[in-house]
Design a protein around this ligand. Structure first.
Ligand SMILES: Cc1cc2nc3c(=O)[nH]c(=O)nc-3n(C[C@H](O)[C@H](O)[C@H](O)COP(=O)(O)O)c2cc1C
Length: 384
């Protein structure tokens, strides 16, 4: 049995999984479902100072499918902004959640004036929140939409809220700045207890019949399993540069995804779109997948595993010796010609219904697309 328990911003958690701020944590009934799923903590759907954001237009979800054939990437595209509650109602939900749940309850607030931050931070602390996320990173929130300097704004808000409350404060970063690392370093310096890396991206999808944006004429949030690669890249740079814990968010749909974030140094992992798509049953599946993986790799707990990502090489350190070429196993090759179509080096010929490879540059794409798994790598010397 692997021990999945962990500690995050002073909270003891039975596993590293948090339900992220979204409609999935917007009401008491959803929060109860979250607890029943086995999740370790909940982050409540954000309270927004800007009241117009509390009314989501209908519809506010679309599933975008891009690419064709086998190469597809689904995006959950959404215009769901804030909790529909005003501050008093939000504080009541925090208090209710604290009374009815046994897992930690993290509030999430998005404000744009000092008075707004003061009122919101103090209200959620008084209501019993175990921590508060500072969400200036909403993809269609005030800060990103009006082009504010997010490094300055988030650092300022962090310092200000730090001076007001004693519960842990956790700024949620956007991945949409030229250096999320600078953002992370800035919030740590201003007294953040931890940070969430990251919120979703702001996107635009266009209806080709009407020439209009599909989501009520505006930009919308988008994310999906594809977003993990960008986030992992930044997490691998941020984790070694800060001392405070990181909650990874973005594109976690499997236990393997969670394992990658933990390897890159995350303390906890937040789940959102996968719960929107699959329901809270996803938590048990993902948790089991992570546990099975850790067991197979011989880890007894998360401390042994966390941050074990190998060194990221510089351009200069990457080995560029050309030793690998593609080799076809003729008995497996069906002669479909897919390898020939994708080869940008013109290195594949079809010979008596079988692929043959000449002057290969070892790019590896033919191996990726071969439906018969007939292509493998061989060292230059072994090529037939
Ligand atoms: C429909 C929807 C609503 C969201 N609402 C909020 C929110 O109120 N506050 C917030 O901080 N993040 C919000 N998020 C962002 C998520 O908390 C999460 O950080 C993001 O979706 C990335 O994780 P995922 O790839 O698992 O969805 C929302 C995401 C979605 C999909």
């Amino acid at each position: 049995m692997v021990d999945l328990s962990t500690e995050y911003v002073g909270l003891k958690l039975k596993n590293p999984f948090l339900a992220a701020a979204a409609g999935i944590t917007g009401s008491m009934s959803m929060l109860q479902k979250a607890e029943e799923s086995g999740i370790a903590a909940v982050v409540l759907k954000s309270y927004f100072q800007k009241s117009i954001c509390r009314i989501s237009p209908a519809p506010h979800f679309a599933l975008l499918k891009s690419g064709h054939g086998k190469i597809r990437a689904a995006s959950l595209y959404s215009y769901e902004q804030a909790s529909e509650r005003d501050l008093a109602g939000y504080a009541r939900l925090v208090a209710d959640a604290k009374a009815k749940l046994s897992i930690p309850v993290i509030a999430s607030v998005n404000c744009f004036t000092e008075q707004g931050w003061r009122e919101a931070a103090q209200a959620v602390e008084a209501a019993g929140a175990d921590a508060v996320e500072l969400n200036l990173s909403c993809p269609h929130g005030v800060h990103l939409m009006s082009g504010m300097d997010l490094v300055t704004e988030l650092a300022k808000a962090t310092a200000f809220v730090r001076s007001l409350v004693s519960i842990p404060i956790v700024p949620k970063l956007t991945p949409q700045v030229s250096s999320p690392l600078a953002l992370a370093v800035a919030v740590e310096k201003q007294g953040a207890s931890g940070m969430v890396c990251f919120n979703r991206f702001t996107g635009l999808e266009i209806d080709l019949e009407s020439f209009r944006p599909i989501m009520h004429g505006g930009y919308a949030g988008h994310g999906g399993p594809w977003s993990i690669y960008y986030n992992l890249r930044w997490l691998s740079q941020i984790a070694p540069a800060v001392k405070i814990p990181i909650s990874a968010s973005g594109g976690v749909w499997t236990g393997a995804d969670a394992a990658k974030y933990l390897l890159a140094g995350a303390t906890t992992v937040q789940l959102c779109s996968v719960i929107v798509a699959e329901g809270y049953g996803a938590v048990c599946r993902i948790s089991r997948e992570l546990e099975a993986y850790l067991e197979r790799k011989g880890f007894a707990n998360l401390t042994q595993f966390r941050g074990k990502l190998g060194k990221i090489k510089t351009m200069e350190e990457v080995d560029r010796t050309q030793e690998i070429v593609a080799a076809v196993e003729p008995e497996k090759c069906t002669g479909c010609g897919l390898c020939r179509r994708v080869c940008i080096y013109d290195a594949v010929r079809l010979d008596s219904g079988k692929a043959r490879i000449f002057s290969c540059h070892g790019c590896g794409l033919c191996r990726e697309v071969c439906p018969a798994n007939a292509i493998s790598f061989a060292s230059l010397g072994e090529r037939s």
